[in-house]
Design a binder for this molecule. Sequence first.
Ligand SMILES: NC(=O)c1ccc[n+]([C@@H]2O[C@H](COP(=O)([O-])OP(=O)(O)OC[C@H]3O[C@@H](n4cnc5c(N)ncnc54)[C@H](O)[C@@H]3O)[C@@H](O)[C@H]2O)c1
Length: 261
Amino acid sequence: MSSARLEGKTIIVTGGGSGIGETAGKLFAQHGAQVVLADINPGAAERVAKEIDAEGGTAFAVGVDVTNLADNEAMIEATVEKFGKIDGIYVNAGVPGGHTAHGITAEEWQHVIAVNLTGAFYSAKAAVPVFLKQGHGNILFQASICATSGIKGTVSYSASKAGVVGLTYQMAIEYADQGIRVNSLSPGTTPTPFVQKLYTERAAIRGTTAEGDLERTAGSYPMKRLGTTEEIANLALFMLSDESSFITGADIPVDGGFSAG
Ligand SMILES: NC(=O)c1ccc[n+]([C@@H]2O[C@H](COP(=O)([O-])OP(=O)(O)OC[C@H]3O[C@@H](n4cnc5c(N)ncnc54)[C@H](O)[C@@H]3O)[C@@H](O)[C@H]2O)c1
């Protein structure tokens, strides 16, 4: 297999300054993509871009708050200005939300929905006009196992990710005959700063510890372990490459068997 599976492609990674987005951005660059790392934390995105450059790749960083449509439009404009086109967008930025229906405040609910659902939609919406003009484009949303499984203490998060899967199906059908593919990944628990924050919040509600809860979670997976950011990024690489050219409207689990249980 060629070692440059994204040769010549321009790929945006939202939330590219940390965790899965960082690993994916670096992997895409290793496979020949020009990578745009877009993050609400511009310092983090710049660090990742510098590390990619130092490895001989091509990357640039953009500050974006995905909850703001104008920010997403500016991210798209800056990418086209820099690289002349966009082949794909990994809509990955997200925040954890650990709470119950009776415990969550309206503000907490609205924040998680604003970033994970409205933000994901705005990132995709901003890219579509460029994709329509080019006659091709690839949108890969980051959903979660929480989209389709009830998991205690994740009320806003689960609802936001279920919305992302709904967007995947709707947008895939809307644009399937116009050269635009739309899919989502549903990762299982993967240690990142995000997971650390989610588990710390949940442990505070339950009166447990994040470390103990993470160990129990690992034991509940059929493979008896958690995923790695590399394992998620490998699937994203395939989905953003032409190797997946006949796949659209799919939500694909990458979860050590969790969703089969
Ligand atoms: N880690 C997991 O177990 C797991 C499992 C399933 C799904 N996911 C999803 O994967 C994605 C990445 O998660 P991660 O674990 O790598 O988290 P992470 O916290 O390491 O990275 C998330 C990134 O998103 C950025 N971000 C947050 N709000 C933003 C905003 N408003 N605008 C722009 N950028 C913003 C953060 O600054 C951060 O760099 C999220 O959508 C998350 O829901 C993660």
